[in-house]
Design a protein around this ligand. Structure first.
Ligand code: OGA
Ligand code: NI
Length: 392
């Protein structure tokens, strides 16, 4: 069993791999993975849950760029999510990347443990976010790595097995980066701004950050009691999610507050707005809460490419979107500062953005440092519906 544990630097207690729990727990999952009743998922088919509604599917190969931009903007205003088809990333590359990472999670535990991560950077093989001792755990392991800025990219921190992994991940990262830059232009035009404006707020092409989180959700004997990832919004700019080609699991909080099961289109990317674009767009685009359910019969793999602003740039609502009757809903904060409290406390529904918004309303000087301090000192975070931002 020792190979399943890692008491590595920085974690408050030994880290247990969910893969090992799945292999050894029989029909009952350990208490730490059991979610409180109101958080437990409903696993019924999409049509029962979302009343037949689902996130929009958008063809990114349409020649009419204005129409594409309008469709993307409408999806991100209403849902914060869409599925992108004909996005230009080759299907063989999508399949190759998924296969390589499945290969990593199938390596013997000793091989995986060579890359065990710590909470200082989260790079490597991990099984939890946040460092609260005894806190609830999600039913998933992951691998986290940096792609941009290139000063943070280090192939030595990526698995060396299977052999195809590093090359495939590199190529995958480059292609998805190009796709992100295209979608940024569509999002910017969709706000009535010049196409390069949003990208400029991110630090320009070459200034952005990008990282990859590969999630592996092992089979779970009691999927109705737990979650692969509890409800959260993505803290960064925008996420390009590649999901498993045959196992469903992603649920999105729909505009009416109901959880909707996403029915993935094969080889599509599921694109979603993160907190930084919600802030830059002054809440025109929504960073919507989502969560992951797990399966009793099958493992599931997903790859989340996080596209972020340059981490030391102040991020605040863009000046063009603020004016009389349209106050800035958030104070200025760098992504580095924002990440401090995500890393301490893990992901937590929409609580971070909500507390930022409250702080903007109450802090007379709007001082960032004071705000970060205030947020880090908040003890209890409650996962809540995502629509409070637009309701406010
Ligand atoms: C994430 C995430 C969804 C999934 O990694 O932030 O939301 O389907 N993943 O794995
Ligand atoms: Ni997410």
């Amino acid at each position: 069993m020792t190979s399943c544990f890692n008491s590595g630097a920085g974690w408050p207690e030994p880290v247990v791999r969910v893969q090992a729990v799945s292999d050894t727990c029989g029909d009952t999952i350990p208490e730490r993975y059991v979610k409180p009743l109101p958080e437990r998922p409903r696993l019924s088919p999409a049509s029962d849950v979302g009343g037949g509604r689902n996130i929009p599917v958008i063809d990114l190969s349409m020649p009419d760029v204005d129409a594409t931009s309008r469709a993307v903007a409408a999806a991100c205003r209403e849902w914060g999510f869409f599925q992108a088809v004909n996005h230009g990333v080759r299907p063989e590359l999508l399949r190759g990347a998924r296969a390589a990472w499945r290969g990593f999670f199938k390596q013997p535990a000793e091989v995986r443990e060579r890359y065990a991560n710590s909470p200082s950077t989260y790079e490597g093989y991990g099984s939890r976010l946040g460092t609260a001792k005894g806190g609830p755990l999600d039913w998933g392991d992951y691998y986290f790595l940096h792609l941009l800025p290139s000063s943070l990219k280090n192939h030595e921190k990526w698995p060396s097995l299977p052999y195809s992994l590093r090359g495939t991940t590199e190529e995958y990262g480059e292609e998805v980066l190009h796709l992100c830059r295209r979608v940024m232009r569509l999002l910017s035009s969709g706000l009535g701004l010049e196409a390069g404006r949003l990208q400029a707020a991110f630090g320009g092409e070459g200034g952005e950050g990008a990282c990859l989180r590969i999630n592996f959700y092992p089979r779970c004997p009691q999927p109705e009691l737990t979650l692969g990832v509890a409800g959260h919004s993505d803290p960064g700019g925008m996420t390009m999610l590649l999901v498993d080609d045959h196992v469903k699991g992603l649920q999105v909080r729909g505009p009416d507050g109901q959880w909707i099961i996403v029915d993935p289109v094969p080889d599509a990317f599921i694109v979603n707005i993160g907190d930084q674009i919600q802030v830059l767009s002054n809440a025109a685009y929504k960073s919507v809460e989502h969560r992951v359910t797990v399966s009793a019969t099958e493992d599931r793999l997903s790859m989340a490419f996080f596209y972020n602003p340059r981490s030391d740039l102040p991020i605040a609502p863009m000046a063009e979107l603020v004016g009389p009757g349209r106050p800035a809903l958030y104070p200025e904060m760098t992504f580095d500062e924002y990440r401090v409290f995500i890393r301490q406390r893990g992901l937590a529904g929409k609580a971070q953005l909500e507390s930022m918004q409250k702080a903007a309303a109450t802090a007379a000087d709007g001082g960032r440092r004071q705000l970060v301090h205030q947020l880090a000192a908040t003890e209890h975070i409650i996962s809540r519906a995502s629509w409070s931002v637009s309701d406010a």
